[in-house]
Ligand binder design. Structure first.
Ligand code: HEM
Length: 525
C-alpha cells in the first residue's frame, strides 16, 4: 500500500487536527505551500525541463504514484518519453529508462550524477551517512568505499570466506531435505532469506546465532525486516520538509527504535571482537569483516576507524547483500518451476558438470552457462529493486538536451528498462535462451540493456559476491531436488505480481514441493 495515499493521509491529518494542534497544522501547511511554490518557481525557470505530468502544489506528483510507483512511472514513460520530470513533494525528480540515458548518467556524466540525496533514513539509521551506500559523494564516501572494495570484498577475502558459504548452503540443503522427507511444503522466501542472512552474518560478524533459530535469530530477522521496510518507506519529511516534524506516518519513531536495537547488537559484537583480539576472552582473533575493520586506520590520520563508521559499513553490507540476492533467487525459482523445460535443462547442465556423486562447489558455477542465462534473464524481467539507489546531481547539467538543475533527484527505472519492447523481443516472456550468444562472464551489460548492479562510481561493490551467492544457492537447490508447485498452484495461476518496496519480491510467497534426486548421504555433507 502507498503510505502517502489519500485513504491513509486524510484520517491521519484529521486525527491530528482533532488533537488540538490546528494552529500549528495550518502554519505548517502554509509554510510548506509557500516553500513548494518557491521551489517550483525556482526550478521551473528557465524552462526546458524534461516533460512530465502536471504537479499539485505541496505534494507534487506524490499522490499519482499509487501502490506501484515503478509501474506508474513506466506508464508515464510511455506517455512522455524515456526522460521524465516529476515532483515528489518539493523534490524535483528526473526518471529515466533508456540504455542511452543510463549510459549518459552512469558513464559519460558520472562525475555530475554520483551523489545521493539527503534522507531522514540516512541520518537516523545509516549513522548520519557514516555508511557509503547513502552517503553523499565526497571524501568520506570515497574513504569508506575504498575500504570495502580493497579490504573486504577482495577476491582473496571472498576465497577465505568460501567455507562459510558452502557450509551454509549445506545447512540449507539439509533443512529442505528434512521438509521433503516429512512431505512438507517449502516456503522459498524463508529458505532464500535464511541462507543469505546466515552467510552475511558469518562473513561480517563471525556469528551464526543471529541467523539460525532461537530468540536472537528471530529478533535479528525482525531488525532486518524493519530495515527494509523503513529504507523503502516514502517518508513525508523527505518530500515535504515543512510537515516533517509531525512524523504523521510514525516512521521516524520506528527509525530511532531500529537504530537503538542495531546499536545494541553491533556494540556487543564489536566489544566481543576487541576482547577476543586482546585475549580477554579465549578463542583467538576472529577472521571476519569486523576484525578487519577494527584493524584499519581511521579517516584523516586517526589510528582506528570509529565505531560509528564500523557499524554503518556493517549495516550497508547486510542491507546490500541479503534481500537483493534472496529476492533474485525467489523470482528465478518461480520462473524455473513454471517452466519444466528450463528446470530440465538446468539439471542436465549441472549433472554434466558436477555428476551425481558429490555436491556443487563454488568452482563449478563458472561452468554453468545456462544457469547464468537464467540469472541474467531474472535480472532483466524481475530486478531485485525497481530503481537503482536514488542519485542527485552535483552541478547544473543537460540530459538529452533538457536542463537538469543541480540538486535534482535522479531515478533509474531498472524495471521499465528490462521490459522495453524497443530493446527486447517479447519482453514479458521469460526466455533465458536470449542470452545464449552473449558474453556471460561480463557482469555489466555494456549496452546498458539491463542494470542489475548499477554502473560507474556508485555501482554495487558486491556484484561478485552477490552473483556467487545467487548462482551457488540455485545450483545447489536444483542439483539436490526436483521442484514443483503444491496442489492447486499451476504455471498459469501462480501469482507473479510483485510487492513494491526498495526491493520488489513476489507479492505471494513462493511455496514449493521438493523431491530429492541425489543419494541420501549427499544431503548431510
Ligand atoms: C544479487 C545481489 C545484488 C544486487 C542485485 C545488488 C544491486 C545493487 C544496485 C542496483 C545498487 C545501486 C547502484 C547505483 O546506485 O547505481 C547497489 C549498490 C550497493 N550495493 Fe549491491 N547488489 C547486490 C549485492 C550486494 C552485496 C553482496 C553487497 C555487499 C556485501 C552490496 C552492497 C552494496 C552497496 C554498499 C551499494 C552502494 C554503493 C555506493 O553507493 O557507493 N550489494 N547494489
Amino acid at each position: 500500500m502507498n503510505i502517502l495515499s489519500p485513504e491513509l493521509l486524510v484520517p491521519l491529518i484529521t486525527e491530528w487536527i482533532q488533537g488540538g494542534r490546528l494552529i500549528f497544522a495550518t502554519c505548517s501547511v502554509l509554510v510548506a505551500l509557500l516553500s513548494s511554490v518557491f521551489l517550483v518557481a525556482h526550478f521551473r525557470t528557465p524552462m526546458n525541463l524534461p516533460p512530465g505530468p502536471k504537479a499539485m502544489p505541496l505534494l507534487g506528483n506524490l499522490l499519482q504514484m499509487g501502490s506501484h510507483p515503478h509501474r506508474t512511472m513506466t506508464a508515464m514513460h510511455k506517455k512522455y518519453g524515456h526522460i521524465l520530470y516529476i515532483r515528489l513533494g518539493c523534490i524535483p525528480t528526473v526518471v529515466v529508462d533508456s540504455p542511452q540515458l543510463i549510459a549518459e548518467i552512469t558513464k559519460e556524466q558520472d562525475n555530475v550524477f554520483s551523489s545521493r540525496p539527503h534522507m531522514t533514513f540516512t541520518d537516523i539509521v545509516a549513522y548520519d551517512a557514516h555508511d557509503f551506500a547513502m552517503a553523499p559523494y565526497g571524501p568520506h564516501w570515497r574513504y569508506v568505499r575504498r575500504i570495502c572494495v580493497h579490504e573486504l570484498l577482495t577476491p582473496k577475502r571472498l576465497e577465505i570466506t568460501m567455507k562459510e558459504r558452502i557450509e551454509e548452503s549445506r545447512c540449507m540443503i539439509m533443512a529442505v531435505a528434512e521438509a521433503a522427507q516429512k512431505g512438507e511444503i517449502v516456503d522459498m522466501r524463508d529458505v532464500f532469506a535464511g541462507v543469505s542472512m546466515t552467510v552475511m552474518c558469518r562473513m561480517l560478524l563471525g556469528r551464526r546465532e543471529f541467523a539460525a533459530t532461537g530468540k536472537k535469530a528471530k529478533d535479528f530477522k525482525h531488525l532486518i525486516h524493519e530495515l527494509f521496510r523503513l529504507m523503502g518507506a516514502l517518508n513525508l519529511r523527505d518530500f515535504v520538509p515543512a510537515l516533517g516534524w509531525l512524523d504523521l506516518q510514525g516512521f521516524e519513531r520506528d527509525m530511532y527504535k531500529l537504530r537503538d536495537e542495531f546499536d545494541e547488537v553491533f556494540d556487543a559484537v564489536i566489544q566481543e571482537h576487541r576482547d577476543l583480539a586482546s585475549g580477554k576472552l579465549p578463542g583467538g582473533k576472529p577472521n571476519d569483516f569486523i576484525s578487519v575493520l577494527l584493524d584499519l586506520p581511521g579517516e584523516n590520520g586517526a589510528p582506528h576507524l570509529d565505531d560509528k563508521t564500523i557499524k554503518a559499513i556493517t549495516l550497508d553490507m547486510m542491507a546490500g547483500a541479503t534481500d537483493t540476492s534472496a529476492v533474485t533467487n525467489e523470482w528465478a525459482m518461480a520462473e524455473i518451476i513454471r517452466n519444466t523445460e528450463i528446470q530440465r535443462k538446468l539439471q542436465e547442465e549441472i549433472d554434466s558438470v558436477v555428476g551425481l556423486e558429490r555436491n556443487v562447489q563454488e568452482s563449478d558455477i563458472n561452468k554453468l552457462p545456462y544457469l547464468m542465462c537464467v540469472v541474467k534473464e531474472t535480472f532483466r524481467l524481475h530486478p531485485a529493486g525497481p530503481f537503482a539507489i536514488p542519485r542527485e546531481t552535483m552541478a547544473d547539467t543537460k540530459l538529452s538536451g533538457y536542463r537538469i538543475p543541480k540538486g535534482t533527484r535522479v531515478l533509474i527505472n531498472i524495471f521499465s528498462l528490462g521490459r522495453s519492447s524497443e530493446t527486447w523481443k517479447d519482453p514479458l516472456k521469460f526466455q533465458p535462451e536470449r542470452w545464449a550468444n552473449e558474453n556471460l562472464s561480463a557482469i555489466h551489460d555494456m549496452g546498458f540493456r539491463i542494470l542489475p548492479f548499477g554502473y560507474g562510481r556508485r555501482q554495487c561493490p558486491g556484484y561478485n559476491l552477490g552473483t556467487t551467492m545467487v548462482l551457488l544457492t540455485l545450483a545447489r537447490l536444483l542439483h539436490g531436488f526436483k521442484w514443483s508447485f503444491p496442489p492447486g498452484v499451476t504455471a498459469e495461476n501462480i501469482d507473479m505480481e510483485e510487492l513494491y518496496g526498495c526491493t520488489t519480491p513476489l507479492r505471494t510467497r513462493l511455496r514449493t514441493i521438493a523431491t530429492p534426486r541425489l543419494a541420501p548421504h549427499l544431503y548431510s555433507q
